[in-house]
Design a protein around this ligand. Sequence first.
Ligand code: ZN
Length: 134
Amino acid sequence: MDKIEHIGIAVNDLAASNIVFEKILGTPHYKIEEVASEGVRTSFFQSGPNKIELLEAISDDSPIAKFLDKKGEGVHHIAFAVTDIKAEISRLKSEGFVVLNEEPKRGADNKWVAFLHPKSTNGVLVELCQEIGS
Ligand code: ZN
């Protein structure tokens, strides 16, 4: 793992939360991106070397809709940048972690992503992400 790439936060209303996080961070979001396969609309903020990703559900069966139903708004996942996501998936599997994506999938912000199930990570949904093309 190279660094914390971003922290994902589930929100009910992306437009309203963009205003809140613009005030907190002192900088506006730099992109809004929909990931239709995940049923989410995301917005990204840069904070030094790290990012904040806000996630809003765009369908009722989105994982974010389910998360908001169960837990309400708040921290949803922590994403770590990796340079070889397939090697990291194998390494973590061999360490006994439950990997939700055997094959990396295309995520927001030009990334290959894979998730570790929170039941094997002290309740924290962990995302691995690798820049596409790197
Ligand atoms: Zn993320």
